[in-house]
Design a protein around this ligand. Sequence first.
Ligand code: AMP
Ligand code: GLY
Length: 441
Amino acid sequence: MQILIVGNGGREHALLWKLRADAPGAAFHATRPNGGMAPLCTGVDISPTDVVALAGWAAAKRIDLVVVGPETPLAAGLADRLRKAGIPVFGPSAAAARIESSKAFAKDLMAGAGVPTAEYEVHTDRARARAFIESLGAPVVVKASGLAAGKGAVVCGTVAEAARTADAMLAGSFGEAGSRVVIEEFMEGEELSVFCLAHGEDFVTLLASQDHKRIGEGDTGPNTGGMGAYAPVGLVTEELMAEVGERVVAPVLRALAETGCPFSGLLYAGLMITDRGPRVVEFNCRFGDPETQAVLPLFSSSLLEPMMAVAEGSGLGGHTPVFADAAAVTTVLAADGYPGSYAKGAPISIPAPAGRVHVFHAGTATKSGRLVVTGGRVLAVTAVDADFDAARSASRAAAASIEFEGRQYRGDIGWREAARRARAPRRSETHTQHRPGGMRT
Ligand code: AMP
Ligand code: GLY
């Protein structure tokens, strides 16, 4: 069996690690693998967005499964090309990927399907954008409608800041992605990332996790692609997951199928858990990064089997994922300057990890025999332990032991969970979300 992984970030390293464990005899390939992936696979020197070349390569190589990590090749039609060539691919069509690549499309789809989300309007005109901002009042959220690597949403504390942000986006600060701006009501609550393996209207949810989007400790500073994650999340109950399935995932999958673009792959619902229940912040058409690095080390059944079933178009076929009854905490190490422009080339030193610690690489490469920084998010270290607090300390200790010039990481990953446990230790011990099989439709 030959498997191609498209992408070279921490998420793809985690997918490669998990799929190798599920299929020890398979041969793995990856596009431009990072320094941690390279020893585990053969590299394919084709850009993930060069969809014609990549589909041609996969067809010539007779690849049995392509797993697409990032959203950009999906939005560029990679899965469509591969399906046309008869190659099983885990990832949605470009039309279905609009659930992520166009926030305006996602918002309209949710409105039509009655999915709870923030009140919003889409604008291309500065004066109209300002008038809607004024009608909502602050705080208010301004987003570039197109893809912006997780950095296109700005939570604004004042009406003036929101108006300035919308003006700048419409004037081109996010390029084409900001030619339409989505202006949204600010939702108060705790965020939750819910991944679903989905094929058409059939889906199963995985263990829910929580991301840390801001660069700074205490959730301060600008948004990033994600500075850390953990799972499971103590606020999750079976009732909440049932509500997410019934009110969010099922109606959206149905709406996509009804509009002629059924979804096949990984649907990621980014939720705000508010006083009024779960409300959607955004959808993504692929696994989250760094949540994947926290969730996969707990995934104890095969991921390959349901992925293959989805890719072959046979649906989920009764596969129910099983998760270990333990906690995982992932700390991201980022380069100096991230999420702004950052320095490349610093040598990295990683001591041998102690205990159940996984070091997933993202922006790294081996140059002249040395591991060096090549990207904004450099590494993601995940510690697994039966006890959440022990996993949290181990993740932080592992991050502290890794060195490269100007490295930044948040020492407070999982702070909400730690606070929750300090308030009500017994309640958070009940990992009721460990039975996601109940979510199948
Ligand atoms: P997005 O690019 O839509 O994923 O937004 C990035 C981050 O901005 C989210 O993960 C939230 O932390 C925050 N955010 C986006 N939209 C809202 C909203 N309507 N209310 C509150 N926070 C939001
Ligand atoms: N961690 C957020 C994302 O993958 O979009």
